[in-house]
Design a protein around this ligand. Sequence first.
Ligand SMILES: Cc1cc2nc3c(=O)[nH]c(=O)nc-3n(C[C@H](O)[C@H](O)[C@H](O)COP(=O)(O)OP(=O)(O)OC[C@H]3O[C@@H](n4cnc5c(N)ncnc54)[C@H](O)[C@@H]3O)c2cc1C
Length: 368
Amino acid sequence: MNQQPTNNFIYDTVYIGSGPVHILDACAETLKGKKVLIIEERDKPCGAWQTVRIDPIGDVELGCHIWSYNKKVYKFIAEALNVQLDKMTPQPIIINGNSKLSYDHKMAIGVFKVCANLIKKRDFKGLVKFITQHPAARFPIIPKHYLYPNRGSKEFEEKLVQLLATNKVPVQLNSKSISVEYTNNTWKISQENGTFLQTKNVQLTTHANLKNILVNQVKIPQVYHKTTFTHYHLIIKGKPAKPFSYIRIMKDPLIHRVSDISSQLSNLNTGLSVILVGVFAEKLNETLKPLDCIRAKLIELKLITEAQEIINYHSNSFSSQQMDASTREQLNRAIPSLRFTQTTDLIYGFHQHLARWKKEGLLRQDTK
Ligand SMILES: Cc1cc2nc3c(=O)[nH]c(=O)nc-3n(C[C@H](O)[C@H](O)[C@H](O)COP(=O)(O)OP(=O)(O)OC[C@H]3O[C@@H](n4cnc5c(N)ncnc54)[C@H](O)[C@@H]3O)c2cc1C
């Protein structure tokens, strides 16, 4: 391929992908006086936290979201992005057949399982590291209050875009990186459009999808798992039959989560509500009338009544490639200028950087 450099400029750091962690990190680096660039193949920034436009209701979050509990990260997001976080009302739950559990207790069960596994493997060093360092390592008796922006990821997206503008961080949209190659102390990033960029450091997350990563002509083997998140936005007349915020549903063949996102509507006085439903993409093809099945499940869960009309619906799919653990381990070890951030959980992704971001002045002047 005949590659043309975009210019002769050498960036300090190029971020591949514009998810929230990259946005905050790029702003922190800019505050230090570093020259950075974010590359994003989609036409909007913010990764999985971007919104989708649905007529006539406006921009709403594209999938059911929840923020894992972490007091420090909640406080940081509220202050650094000036977002008002509210207690989810009622608090999120998980439904498994006929049993119901608070979402926080479900997380605690996950933590017990990780600990039990480490003990079984006699990995006591790993156990101590997990318990002392991982933000998920909590054993709550009384479930904690989960917080979320009242206007959902719509507000989060708006504030992230504002932060990019305030800090004058350049973002190249509709621009896909296909390979990164390290030689002579510099990274060359090749773009799908035939151009390339040069940078001292490259920053990737779990969801950065590249054909080739080469360090001094040695290819780092990459393994990805493709995931497609498919969601249905159902517009109903009136309010849901009972209040709910976020419900994780186990052991259902079609639906895995449901959120009431009515507070995100631009006009709250329409008498309409929006129920957002996460469905298994692979099961959709086997389902003749997905909308009827989704409706039946919502009636079974008593979230809508038999009489309640779905006046409109919209479905969207968000695909991403996730690096597997072996690829991530190799990248972490490869070379210091190839920086890798684990981000499968948003709040824990933020947690990894919190101390550094605060030090670098990411909090608003009046809240420092
Ligand atoms: C529908 C959905 C719901 C989710 N719900 C939750 C939730 O409730 N709570 C939670 O904590 N996490 C959730 N997640 C997980 C989510 O992936 C993380 O929260 C977080 O967004 C990951 O950040 P990231 O930057 O790694 O990936 P993303 O947010 O996916 O962003 C990666 C970006 O990189 C871009 N990109 C990738 N490769 C390239 C390339 N080669 N060139 C240019 N651009 C590229 C992609 O287009 C994408 O915009 C959800 C994910 C999805 C898709």
